[in-house]
Design a protein around this ligand. Structure first.
Ligand SMILES: [Zn+2]
Length: 291
């Protein structure tokens, strides 16, 4: 074979001096190419390597940036969690402080305060613990007691509750309950709109979940327990008993709010305002009945 018969594996041209294709060239392994092709292929290979390195560097920068971002996110989350935890601790401390202030002001024993706190939960934001100071508390207790024992306004019936199989049941009075049903926007949100008694009981239960209602209406009973009996009795107070006290008070308050309506709708704000006024020992809660 003539030397000139040797062909470059890249351009196919004849050449006397074929050299090994540079490593990384796009020719088959072990190919021999002419010098110009070797130069070109070498440059191409170098460019490809440079390009790959650039891509690698770029992807490294991206993953480094991602890692930095993840780290920053984790740090931010950690700080947020710390802040949340701190705020939670602060809120808890505030709660403890409010209950303690209340116990001091109302001269409630630690055990009485604990029972009340366990039943009510959060200290009602609408009330100031200091308001319970001095003679105010006994006036308040009397007032609330009297209020819970009232008949329905403009009627001679009383709120009536019974515990049956551990469940609290309410004696309904369709004639009275219908008034509340008509005046309360919740009437459309209950599954039995055609049963006034159920609608009203549902409303009473909802308002009775408010810490404000629980505190105001459980207060006289809890006070009674701790002023007459030994402290060991505290474990014997069933939750249902306290809940019934709250239901009774809320029921009267609901009808009271209704009777005070010129015409229109009962709102949560009105009920809240009513309950708040009951918890003010310095103010008289007895309003003159309309003639
Ligand atoms: Zn060539």
């Amino acid at each position: 074979m003539w030397p000139f018969d040797k062909r470059c594996a890249s351009c196919g041209g004849r050449s006397r001096n074929l050299v090994a294709a540079p490593s990384g060239a796009s020719t088959a392994h072990g190919s021999r190419v002419c010098q110009p092709c070797a130069d070109r292929l070498g440059k191409e290979a170098t460019a490809r390597i440079a390009e790959r390195q650039a891509l690698e560097a770029q992807s490294r920068r991206i993953s480094e940036a991602q890692a930095a971002r993840r780290k920053a996110d984790a740090e931010r989350r950690r700080l947020e969690e710390q802040e949340t935890h701190h705020r939670k601790q602060e809120a808890e401390a505030k709660q403890q402080e409010a209950w303690k202030q209340f116990a001091d002001a109302a001269r409630f024993s630690e055990a009485g305060m604990r029972l009340l706190m366990g039943f009510v939960g959060q200290w009602p934001a609408q009330l100031q613990p200091a308001d319970f100071a001095g003679q105010g508390i006994s006036t308040l207790l009397e007032q609330v007691r009297e209020y819970q024992g009232r008949p329905h306004p403009k009627a001679d019936t009383y709120p009536e509750y019974q515990v049956i199989d551990g469940q609290i049941g309410r004696a309904s009075n369709d004639f009275l309950d219908l008034k509340i049903c008509v005046a309360h926007p919740d009437k459309n949100q209950n599954p039995w709109p055609q049963v006034p008694g159920l609608t009203v009981f549902q409303l009473i239960r909802r308002y009775s979940e408010w810490p404000l209602s629980k505190l105001v209406f459980a207060l006289p009973r809890v006070h009674e327990i701790f002023s007459i009996g030994p402290l060991s009795q505290m474990t014997d107070v069933p939750r249902t008993e306290l809940m019934i006290e709250v239901y009774k008070g809320v029921e009267i308050a609901l009808f009271d709010v209704y009777e005070a309506l010129p015409n229109g709708r009962i709102t949560d704000a009105m009920v809240e305002e009513k309950l708040k006024s009951l918890a003010q020992p310095s103010e008289s809660i007895t309003s003159p009945l309309p003639p």
